[in-house]
Design a protein around this ligand. Structure first.
Ligand SMILES: *Cc1c(COP(=O)(O)O)cnc(C)c1O
Length: 438
């Protein structure tokens, strides 16, 4: 059973949860002085309207018509009642999920990619650079740049470029230039290749390459797919729609669940519900991460760099340390060492909870979901499925009614090799080993 909003109900503004916080968000700091940074420091990286959104204290930011026009290609997205999953679990809980896999790139990521491409275009920028691991963010930005007629260069971690060729094909189909990283096109890339011509690359190296090109060219900016305030802001269309759809269903969640990498899909779904919680409504909000990269459940709440090479301002966040390189789990989108400062703040204040799972139980839930509801979840999204299933099983044990809402952030059609490994019993579970700083 699904709940469909008419197009005229598409949200017309994004929600800035920062404006509702009792205690203000700790500001980003300059790494040398440890003083709060001034917005002009970000100008070589991002266009002015996005920097404004990064620091805004307004509660709502209107969504420009040009962005709404593109959102209408796939938004509003459906909200489903997972009746067949409920029956399989024999649970008294009512389970709902908001499905973002209906977007052209197959995840929630174009909600911000479209907005970022639009503001860059407005600012006269001709070219965006970014990095990508498994390729979900790269494909979302390629799609968005194509829509607004911008050039797009994606530095793709070399091992993924070689092992996961289909996302590369998708990016190229949308007109992006995809460069395996490390590459000879940048100083950062050449330095690595000189030392190790066979380097398989890393997200950290790819970020350094994308940033270097953006900082050097006047017509070029850099684009980030998670973590930052403006990215989380753009994702709130998800939760604003879900609020209306839960109302259509005549229900309100007792618990909202989202998988957590940098925090953007989690924030997108949960922040509009947290607005109600801050205003006094009873509600639990649960972030789900992999045990291989447990920034929220095992990390320290401290200032750290956003990237491996230490090029960004210092952000106050739950972090495993910016040099931490997690094991090669299949939920590539959940392998970030830190967590969005806004989400970290909420965890610190006790407004949200966090939980971690190894990948085998996650894939088990993903397969159960595919066999009951039909949709094959992305490995990232399967973390939310696992936690929602466990919430429903707990309700059954306690003989309680419970309303569960989770975010199904994307489909898993580009992740079939991972499902193969799971089905053949070859998937390894990893636990977190703190790495000593060097
Ligand atoms: C990238 C990605 C994630 C993780 O990123 P967040 O910023 O934490 O949302 C989760 N799910 C899917 C489908 C993704 O592509």
């Amino acid at each position: 059973m699904k709940f469909i909003l008419p197009e005229r109900e598409l949200p017309k503004k994004w929600y800035n949860l920062g404006a509702d916080l009792a205690k203000p968000l700790p500001p980003p700091l300059h790494p040398a002085t440890r003083e709060p940074i001034t917005p002009d420091l970000l100008e070589p990286m991002f266009p002015a309207p996005l920097i404004e959104q990064e620091v805004t204290t307004e509660k709502y930011v209107p969504i420009p018509d040009e962005i709404l026009d593109v959102y209408r290609l796939w938004r509003p997205t459906p909200l489903f009642r997972a009746r067949r999953l409920e029956e399989a679990l024999k649970t008294p809980a009512r389970i709902y999920y908001k499905y973002e896999g209906v977007s052209p790139p197959g995840s929630h990521k174009p909600n911000t990619a479209i907005a970022q491409a639009y503001y860059n275009k407005q600012a006269g920028i001709k070219h965006l650079t970014t990095e990508t691991g498994a390729g979900q963010w790269g494909s979302a930005l390629s799609f968005a740049c194509n829509v607004f007629g911008l050039e797009c260069t994606v530095y793709m971690v070399k091992i993924s470029y070689e092992q996961k060729p289909y996302r590369k094909s998708l990016m190229q189909t949308w007109g992006a230039k995809v460069i395996p990283s490390p590459s000879p096109t940048t100083k950062a890339g050449r330095a690595i290749l000189e030392k190790d011509p066979d380097s398989l690359g890393s997200l950290g190296i790819a970020i350094s390459e994308a940033l270097e090109v953006a900082m050097e060219r006047d017509d070029t900016r850099y684009s980030l797919g998670s973590v930052l305030n403006h990215v989380l802001l753009h994702q709130t269309v998800v939760g604003e729609e879900a609020l209306k759809q839960m109302e259509m269903a005549g229900d309100y969640p007792d618990v909202v669940v989202g998988c957590f990498g940098g925090g953007s899909n989690f924030a997108g779904l949960s922040f509009p519900f947290l607005r109600d919680k801050i205003a006094g409504r009873e509600l639990r909000v649960l972030a789900v991460e992999p045990t291989a990269c447990p920034s929220l459940t095992r990390g320290k709440y401290d200032y750290d760099f956003g990237d491996i090479s230490g090029m960004t301002p210092l952000l106050k966040m739950y972090t495993l340390g910016h040099k931490f390189v997690p094991a090669g789990i299949h939920a590539g989108g959940l392998r970030y060492h830190g967590a969005a400062p806004l989400a970290s703040h909420l965890l610190g204040e006790g407004l949200i909870e966090a939980k971690a799972y190894p990948q085998n139980p996650v894939f088990e839930a993903g397969v159960l979901f595919a066999r009951t509801e039909g949709i094959l979840p992305a490995p990232e999204a399967a973390h939310a499925v696992r936690a929602a299933v466990d919430e429903a099983l707990q309700a059954k044990e306690e003989g309680k009614e419970k309303v569960i809402l989770f975010g199904l952030s994307g489909h898993g059609f580009f992740d079939l090799a991972a499902y193969d490994e799971y089905l053949e019993g070859n998937l390894r579970d990893y636990t977190y080993e703190p790495q000593t700083a060097d």
